[in-house]
Ligand binder design. Structure first.
Ligand code: MRU
Length: 353
């Protein structure tokens, strides 16, 4: 499995996703500030991976603290939580992981634990968040793989793979699950302008796995669908609102509309940590606007003229009506999402899906 992120002692190591596929470089973070910077600058990216990195970063920050006394440690901890929360706004897994680490700290403090005991507790929780994410992706792969028809030509957008999670992937987990179930599949990977997660990362992962992969530019998807060359679409998510609206990489909405027009099922694969029941619908999801340079340049080369205005929203929102189902570790949830998604989060499988 791909080593997206690992902890060795007091160092968090990540593969630098900005450099792939050309260079396989590992970045070592020794402080919480370095981890926050790695998230912000997209050394590590993808919603679940960001959550895992944040948890490790917070545990590292607490571990490295030199203060004595739980109260002083708490003050420092809440400060680094703010630092972490300011890295990227859209993927809710970041805030989910920060909350979980806050609860862990609070439980230790409430139990009267020493500073050292709290540090151990935080380390253990970050490790659990990492392990649970891998398990969730495997379960998503099993549930989603069963939905994929044998022989399917699958289109995916962005990278929701091992690199975007602690391992195995969500949308790519579904593809891997289908393959593990003995199905023959081929994959169309949208290149995913402007950061090129599809061309660089998805294609890299799938080729390494020996899965037949074709890279297309984003504007080719419609023509290929019209020619009957796509059977199934699966993407990841950065935040799923309570009503099933899905924020994911910019361009996902276009793919969903095209899939609807051509009668192709459009599925979203994500762990429960991506579902945000506190956000009622997609209009309330904050959308990150990134640096204009990602649009005007490819590498060092300027494409657009100076003086042109540039927009660079990193995500869009796909309305729930276009989503055939949301594949989670607890199964496949369908509309009406406002009724079914709470059981995806809380694990109450008695609620009808
Ligand atoms: O800006 P990124 O690369 O962090 O965006 C990633 C995506 O949009 C993914 O599709 C999403 O996080 C799901 S990853 C399992």
């Amino acid at each position: 499995m791909l080593p997206t992120i690992a902890r060795t002692g007091e160092t968090i190591v990540m593969i630098d996703q900005r450099k792939l596929p050309g260079v396989e470089l590992y970045v070592s973070c020794h402080t919480v500030a370095e981890v926050a910077r790695a998230i912000k600058t997209m050394v590590i990216r993808g919603a679940p991976a960001i959550g895992v990195a944040a948890a490790y970063g917070l545990a590292l920050g607490v571990r490295k603290s030199r203060v004595s006394g739980t109260q002083k440690l708490a003050a420092e901890f809440y400060k680094i939580c703010e630092l972490m929360a300011a890295t990227r706004p859209t993927a809710v897994n970041l805030f989910w992981a920060i909350d979980r680490m806050k609860q862990t700290f609070a439980a230790g403090a409430a139990a009267g634990e020493s500073v050292d005991q709290i540090k151990d507790r935080m380390d253990a929780e970050a490790g659990r968040i990492h392990d649970e994410d891998v398990e969730s992706c495997r379960a998503i792969g099993r549930h989603g793989g069963a939905l994929v028809p044998d022989g399917a030509r699958i289109l995916t957008h962005c990278n929701a793979g091992a690199l975007a999670t602690a391992g195995y992937g969500t949308a790519l987990g579904v593809i891997r699950g289908a393959v593990e179930q003995g199905k023959q599949v081929t994959v169309l990977a949208d290149e995913t302008r402007p950061f090129l997660q599809g061309a660089r990362l998805t294609a890299w992962e799938l080729v390494r796995d020996g899965i037949d992969t074709t890279v297309i530019t984003d504007n080719m998807a419609g023509a290929l669908m019209r020619q009957g060359l796509v059977d199934f679409v699966v993407v990841g998510a950065d935040r799923i609102a309570a009503n099933g609206d899905v924020a994911n990489k910019i361009g996902t909405y276009t793919v969903a509309v095209l899939a609807r027009e051509h009668g192709i099922p459009f599925y979203v694969a994500a762990p429960a940590s991506t579902i945000d029941l506190a956000t009622p619908d997609g209009s309330r999801i904050p959308i990150e606007e990134r640096n204009a340079r990602e649009v005007t340049h490819v590498g060092p080369t300027r494409l657009a003229p100076e003086g042109a205005h540039v927009r660079n929203p990193a995500f869009d929102v796909t309305p729930n009506a276009l989503v055939a189902g949301i594949i989670t570790e607890r199964g496949v949830f369908r509309a009406p999402y406002v009724e079914t998604l709470p059981s995806a989060v809380h694990g109450d499988v008695s609620v009808s899906r």
